[in-house]
Design a protein around this ligand. Structure first.
Ligand code: BTN
Length: 252
């Protein structure tokens, strides 16, 4: 497969001056690589794509499996100084879903779903950008199943992009995702999560459904608030879930 990296770069460099676009045949994890670079003082804007990850990571210490040619795995790194970091993964998810297909849904806080099957995920990490600044280097990692992949023991086989766009390969997906993703990062920095709330709500896979959280909370999901917290109506009353350590599943 040929990767349209030059076009990706051309379409995003105006919003991200100094951007470089890089493709690695193999790396442990694009997020880990950008974290190592940031800790070594390299804070320039970059989109780093890997054909293969040997130690891809997901949220909550999970492993992210992907296969060369069957997946899109990349990270965008750039310095950001938002007023609050709340809701960044939701804003990124909304931008990616809009870029891909009307039937991509969002499962709070960072999954892309088709039906109730996982199409992809987002892992956001940050590194300090220096002693005299509130700004941090944001590393926005995106993993997307492009072709069908084995269920790996999951009860629901993963969703994949070619279900929605039969001819679309990983490079075309990157081309579709990057401009809205870069625009979303810029908008989030200026305005926070609020301008993304409606877009998230239109695609919210949990809204109106019974859910169970990993901390034992159970109730009916009722969308997200202006900061991106998950609103759950429980027997004891409404709860706003903000913890990034919590996972949530539909219970219906
Ligand atoms: C999740 O579902 O919990 C998030 C998955 C994020 C996977 C992507 S693949 C590119 C980047 N590098 C990683 O190691 N993880 C993210």
């Amino acid at each position: 497969m040929t990767w349209p990296l030059e076009t990706v770069w051309e379409q995003s460099v105006a919003r991200l001056p100094g951007l470089t676009a890089e493709l690695l045949p193999e790396i442990d994890s694009t997020n880990s690589e950008l974290m190592r670079r940031a800790r070594g003082g390299r804070l320039d804007p970059v989109v780093l794509v890997a054909e293969q990850q040997t130690a891809g990571r997901g949220r909550l210490g999970r492993t992210w499996h992907s296969d060369p040619g069957a997946s899109l795995t990349f990270s965008v790194g750039r310095v950001l100084e938002p007023q609050s970091w709340w809701g960044l993964s939701l804003a990124v998810g909304a931008a990616i879903a809009e870029a891909l297909h009307p039937s991509v849904r969002l499962k709070w806080p960072n999954d892309l779903w088709v039906g109730d099957a996982k199409l992809g995920g987002i892992l956001i990490e940050t590194a300090g950008a220096g002693p005299d600044t509130q700004a941090r280097y944001a590393i926005v990692g995106v993993g997307l199943n492009v072709r069908a992949r084995p269920a790996d023991g999951l009860s629901t086989p993963p969703a994949f992009l070619q279900q929605l766009h039969p001819g679309m390969d990983a490079g075309a997906a990157l081309l579709a995702i990057m401009p809205p993703l870069v625009a979303a990062l810029q908008r989030f920095e200026a305005e926070g999560f609020a301008p993304f709330r409606d877009a998230f709500g239109r695609r919210d896979a949990l809204a109106g459904r019974p859910v169970r959280l990993s901390d034992g909370t159970a109730g009916i999901a009722q969308g997200v608030d202006g900061q991106g917290a998950l609103l759950v109506h429980t027997a004891a009353g409404p709860v706003a879930v903000t913890s990034s350590e919590v996972s949530v599943r539909p219970a219906d």
